[in-house]
Unconditional design. Structure first.
Length: 905
C-alpha cells in the first residue's frame, strides 16, 4: 500500500506543468522584467532635455523629437513588456492559489503566451533603444528570427505534453508487466526521481542566472556608457552617444558584447522552459541525440552570455586599452587567489570531512540519545526559512544602497561653477542636513546588509533572532534614506513616512475583525501550514523586489533634476517634473511612495510568524500587495511621459490584456469544472454497482458450501495430507520471517543512509544557491556601477578634458582608481564564482564551498571599499564605517570561538 501511495504521489508530481514547478523563479523573472522596464520608462535612451528651449520641454525624451519612430517603438514595446510582466505576476499568483485551493491544473497556455510576448516586448524595446534607426534591414531580420524561434518554441512546449502522456502510458505498461520485481522497479524509480530533482535544481539555478543577465544587459544597452549629448553642440546632435567621438570602436565592441549577453539570456530562458530538455548532471549514456544537441546549445549560450558580460564591462567601463587589459588580467588574479586558498584549506585531515557541512561527526548520536530528533529538525527548518528570507532581503538591499550611494538624489554638478566642484552631489550644497540624513541612513543599511550576508550562515546567530533585528534595522534605514532623498521639504517627508503607518494600521484592523470568526483560528493543519509557507515566500519575493525598485525610482525620479539655477526660477537639485507638471509629479511621488511603504510594511509583518499567519489567513497581506501593485502601475503611467494621452493608452492596454486573460481563464476553469463533475458522477455510479455484485457472490458461495456437508472417507484422508503440508509450509514461513526481519533491518539502514545523503545534497544545494544568488547580484550591481561611474562624465571638450571621460577621474583620481579597481575585482570575482558553481564535478569537492565562502567575503569587502571611495565618504566617516563592520564581524568571530571552546569542554 505504501508503494502504491508513493507511485501515486510521483505521478501527481510528474503531471504538474513545468511552470508550476518553477513558479517562484518565473515570478522572479516577471518581477525583474517589470523592474527593468519600469526604470527604462523613467530614463529613456538618448537622455532628456536639460532646459526648455526651441520648443523642447525640459525632462522630456530627446529621441521623441529627433527620432520619433524609434521612440514610439521603444516606448510602446517597453510599456507592453511592463504590462505583460504585471499580468504574468497576476497569473502566477492566481494559478498557485487555484492549485492550493483545488486539486486541478489550469492549462498554462495563457501564461506561456504572456511570457513569450513579454520577452518579445523586451527584444523590440532593446532594438529600438540601442540603434539609431529601427527600420534597418539587419535589425528587422534579427527581430524576425527571434520572433519565429520563440513562436516555434512555444508551439513545441505546448505540444510536448501530448508526447509526454504517451511516454508515461508506455512506462506504466512496462512497470505492470514486470511483476515480482518490485525492488528493482523501486530502485529504478528512485534513481529516476533523483535525477529529475537534480535536473530541476540545475534548471532553477540557470534560470536565476539568465534572469539577472537579461535584466542587467537590458538596462546597460539602453543607458550606454559615457551617456548622451543633452544638446546639439560641437557638431553633434542631441541624443547621440558621447563616446562615439573619441571611442567609436570601443563603443561598438561594448554594444556587440552586451547584445550577445542579452540575446543569449533570452535563448537560455526559452530552452529552460522546455520540459523535454535533458540536462546532463551525471554522465548518462542513455540520452538521445536531440537532448545532447540541446544541452550543447545551452552550454554554448551560457558561455557566450558570461563572456559577453565580461567583454562589455571591460570595453565600457574604461577608456584606455591598458586599463582594459588590467581588467582582463583580474580574471587570472582571482583564479590564482582561489588556487592559493585551495592549497591552504586542502591539507587539513580527512577526518573532518564529515564536518564540511558545518555539523559535528557525532551529532547524530547525540540527537538520538536525547530523543530530540523532531525538535532539532523543526528548529533546523525554521532556521533555514529565516536564512533564505534574510539572504534575499540583504542582497537586494545591498544592491540598491550601493547604487544610491554612488548616484545620489539631486544629481551632481556637471561643471566647476560658483565654488561647486564638478562631480559633487548637488543636494549636499543646497540642503546639507537632508543629504547627511540620506547618506548615513543609506550607508547604515548598506553596512548592515553586508554584515548580514557574511554572518547569515552562522546558525547560533539565527537562534537568537539577531538577524531578524538586523533586518528591521535595515528596513528602517531604507525608510529614513527614502524619506530624506525623495523629498525636499519636511511635510512631504512626514506624509511619506505616515503611509507605512497607514498600511500597518489597516493590516491590524483587518486581522482583528476577520479573526473574530472562530473558524479562522482552527486552521492549523499541515496542509494549511504548507500553503501559508508558500504564500509567505511569494509575498516576500514580490515585496522585496518592489521595495528595491521603488527605492531607486523615488530617489531618481523621471525627468531628472535641474543641474543649475537659472533665470526662470528653477533651482538645482529639484525634480524637473515638479516644475513642469506639479500634479503629475505629486501623483508619481505618492503612488511610488505608497508602493514602497506598503512593501516595507509587508516585509516587517512577514518577519514575525505571530503576525504573518493571521495576516495571510485573512488575506490582509494580499490586499496590501494588490494595492502596492496598483500604485506601482499608476506611478509608471504618471512618470513615464509628460504627455496626457499616453498614460490613457497604457491603462487601456492594461485593461484590454487583463480582460482577455480573465476571459480565457474563466473558459478554462469552466471546462475543468465540467470535467471534474463528470468524473464525480462516474465515481458515484461505480460506487453504487459493487454491492449488487457482492450479494451475487455470497449466494454462489452459500450454494457451493451445501455439497460439502456430505464428505467421503477419501476426502477426509486428503484433508489430513493437506494439514501436514500446511505444517511444513508454516515452518518454512517461520524461516522466511527471520530472513525478512534481517532484510527489513538492512532496508532501514539503507533508508537512513539515503536520508543522510539527501540531507547533505539539500544542504549543498542551498549553499550553492546562496553563492549563486550573491554572485549574480554582485555581478549585476558592479556591472552597472562600472559602466556609469559616480560623478558622471564630461559633456564637452574643455581644459584638456575629453568628452565622455569620468569626472571623478580628473578631479579625484586616487579615489576613482580605488573605486574602479575594487568594483572591477568584485565583478570579475563574481563571474568566476558563477562559472565554478556551474561545474558539477567541482561541487563534489568539500574544499570548494569553503573557498567560495572566503571569496564571497572578499567580494563583499571589495564592494565596501568601492562604496567608500565612490560615494566620496570623508575620512572620519570612513573610519566609523569600517569600525562598525569590523566590530560586528569581530563580535561574531569571538562568539563562534567561545561556543566551540564550550562544546569541546
Amino acid at each position: 500500500m505504501a508503494n502504491g501511495h508513493s507511485t501515486e504521489d510521483q505521478e501527481k508530481v510528474e503531471e504538474k506543468p513545468l511552470e508550476l514547478l518553477l513558479r517562484k523563479y518565473l515570478l522572479l523573472l516577471a518581477i525583474m522584467a517589470a523592474t527593468v522596464t519600469y526604470a527604462a520608462g523613467f530614463n529613456p535612451p538618448g537622455g532628456v532635455w536639460q532646459d526648455t528651449e526651441a520648443g523642447h520641454l525640459a525632462g522630456d525624451s530627446i529621441i521623441r523629437d529627433t527620432y520619433y519612430p524609434r521612440y514610439l517603438v521603444f516606448f510602446y514595446c517597453n510599456a507592453a513588456a511592463f504590462v505583460l510582466s504585471i499580468i504574468v505576476i497576476i497569473l502566477i499568483l492566481s494559478l498557485a492559489i487555484a492549485q492550493e485551493k483545488k486539486n486541478f491544473w489550469i492549462p498554462m497556455l495563457p501564461l506561456r503566451v504572456a511570457m513569450v510576448l513579454d520577452l518579445l516586448g523586451l527584444v523590440g524595446a532593446y532594438a529600438a533603444g540601442t540603434s539609431r534607426a529601427v527600420l534597418k534591414p539587419r535589425n528587422a531580420w534579427v527581430l524576425a528570427v527571434i520572433f519565429v524561434y520563440m513562436v516555434i518554441q512555444l508551439v513545441l512546449t505546448s505540444l510536448s505534453s501530448c508526447t509526454g502522456d504517451g511516454k508515461k502510458e508506455e512506462a506504466k505498461e512496462q512497470l505492470q508487466t514486470a511483476d515480482g520485481k518490485e525492488e528493482k522497479i523501486n530502485k529504478l524509480s528512485q534513481s529516476g526521481h533523483k535525477k529529475e530533482e537534480e535536473k530541476e535544481r540545475r534548471r532553477k539555478l540557470l534560470l536565476l542566472l539568465a534572469t539577472f543577465v537579461m535584466s542587467v544587459s537590458y538596462l546597460a544597452g539602453l543607458s550606454a556608457p559615457g551617456g548622451y549629448w543633452d544638446s546639439s553642440k560641437e557638431g553633434h546632435n542631441a541624443g547621440d552617444l558621447v563616446m562615439r567621438e573619441h571611442h567609436a570602436i570601443r563603443l561598438k565592441a561594448f554594444f556587440v558584447f552586451n547584445a550577445a549577453a542579452f540575446v543569449m539570456s533570452l535563448l537560455i530562458i526559452m530552452l529552460l522552459l522546455d520540459k523535454q530538455l535533458v540536462i546532463p548532471l551525471l554522465q548518462d549514456q542513455d540520452q538521445s541525440m536531440t537532448s545532447r544537441v540541446r544541452t550543447r546549445f545551452l552550454k554554448a549560450y551560457i558561455i557566450i552570455a558570461l563572456v559577453g558580460l565580461v567583454g562589455a564591462y571591460a570595453t565600457g567601463s574604461s577608456r584606455n586599452s591598458d586599463t582594459t587589459i588590467y581588467v582582463g588580467c583580474l580574471v587570472f588574479a582571482v583564479l590564482a587567489c582561489i588556487l592559493f586558498l585551495k592549497v591552504i584549506i586542502s591539507p587539513h585531515p580527512q577526518g573532518s570531512a564529515s564536518d564540511s557541512n558545518g555539523r559535528p561527526s557525532n551529532g547524530v548520536k547525540k540527537n538520538a540519545s536525547n530523543g530530540g530528533v523532531q525538535t532539532n529538525t523543526s528548529n533546523a527548518d525554521i532556521l533555514e526559512k529565516a536564512q533564505s528570507l534574510v539572504v534575499l532581503l540583504s542582497t537586494l538591499v545591498t544592491t540598491v544602497t550601493y547604487q544610491a550611494g554612488l548616484i545620489p538624489p539631486g544629481g551632481v554638478w556637471q561643471e566647476n561653477w560658483k565654488e561647486h566642484e564638478a562631480g559633487n552631489p548637488i543636494l549636499l550644497s543646497i540642503q546639507p542636513e537632508r543629504y547627511k540624513v540620506f547618506f548615513y541612513c543609506n550607508s547604515i543599511a548598506f553596512a548592515v546588509s553586508l554584515v548580514i550576508i557574511i554572518l547569515v550562515q552562522y546558525k547560533p546567530i539565527l537562534k537568537h533572532h539577531i538577524l531578524e533585528l538586523a533586518m528591521i534595522m535595515d528596513l528602517f534605514g531604507l525608510i529614513g534614506a527614502y524619506s530624506a532623498g525623495s523629498c525636499r521639504d519636511v511635510t512631504t517627508s512626514i506624509y511619506v513616512i505616515a503611509l507605512a503607518g497607514v498600511v500597518l494600521f489597516y493590516v491590524v484592523i483587518h486581522v482583528i475583525f476577520i479573526t473574530l470568526d472562530e473558524d479562522m483560528g482552527k486552521k492549523d493543519g499541515d496542509k494549511d501550514k504548507k500553503d501559508e509557507g508558500k504564500r509567505r515566500k511569494r509575498l516576500l519575493l514580490f515585496a522585496v523586489l518592489c521595495t528595491t525598485l521603488t527605492y531607486q525610482a523615488g530617489l531618481t525620479p523621471p525627468g531628472g533634476f535641474w543641474l543649475k539655477d537659472d533665470e526662470f526660477g528653477h533651482h538645482a537639485g529639484k525634480p524637473v517634473l515638479s516644475y513642469n507638471y506639479p500634479r503629475r509629479y505629486k501623483a508619481f511621488l505618492y503612488c511610488n511612495s505608497m508602493s514602497f511603504m506598503s512593501s516595507i510594511a509587508v516585509i516587517i509583518l512577514l518577519v514575525n510568524p505571530n503576525l504573518y499567519k493571521p495576516a495571510i489567513r485573512s488575506y490582509a497581506l494580499s490586499v496590501c500587495t494588490a494595492v502596492g501593485m496598483f500604485a506601482f502601475m499608476c506611478a509608471y503611467a504618471a512618470g513615464s511621459t509628460q504627455h496626457l494621452k499616453t498614460p490613457i493608452y497604457i491603462f487601456g492596454l492594461v485593461a484590454l490584456v487583463l480582460f482577455i486573460m480573465i476571459v480565457v481563464l474563466i473558459c478554462f476553469v469552466k471546462k475543468e469544472m465540467k470535467s471534474a463533475n463528470s468524473q464525480d458522477e462516474e465515481e458515484r455510479v461505480v460506487q453504487k454497482s459493487p454491492p449488487a455484485q457482492d450479494e451475487d457472490v455470497i449466494e454462489q458461495e452459500t450454494q457451493t458450501l451445501k455439497p460439502s456437508e456430505t464428505m467421503s472417507a477419501d476426502e477426509i484422508k486428503e484433508d489430513d495430507r493437506t494439514t501436514k503440508s500446511v505444517d511444513i509450509e508454516n515452518a518454512g514461513e517461520a524461516k522466511k520471517n527471520t530472513s525478512n526481519e534481517t532484510n527489513e533491518k538492512e532496508k532501514q539502514e539503507r533508508a537512513a543512509t539515503e536520508s543522510n545523503e539527501k540531507e547533505d545534497e539539500s544542504k549543498k544545494h542551498t549553499k550553492r544557491k546562496y553563492f549563486m544568488l550573491l554572485g549574480v547580484l554582485a555581478a549585476s550591481v558592479t556591472y552597472q556601477a562600472g559602466l556609469n561611474p559616480p560623478g558622471g562624465v564630461w559633456q564637452g571638450n574643455s581644459n584638456g578634458r575629453a568628452t565622455g571621460n569620468p569626472v571623478m577621474h580628473d578631479n579625484k583620481r586616487y579615489r576613482y582608481l580605488i573605486f574602479f579597481y575594487s568594483n572591477s575585482a568584485s565583478f570579475v570575482a563574481s563571474v568566476v564564482v558563477i562559472i565554478l558553481l556551474l561545474k558539477e564535478k567541482l561541487l563534489r569537492e568539500d574544499w570548494l564551498f569553503k573557498v567560495m565562502n572566503i571569496t564571497i567575503v572578499l567580494n563583499l569587502l571589495g564592494l565596501l571599499l568601492a562604496y567608500m571611495a565612490g560615494s566620496r565618504m570623508r575620512l572620519e566617516s570612513s573610519g566609523y564605517f569600517i569600525a562598525f563592520v569590523i566590530a560586528a564581524l569581530g563580535i561574531a568571530a569571538i562568539h563562534k570561538i567561545w561556543s566551540r571552546n564550550r562544546e569541546s569542554k
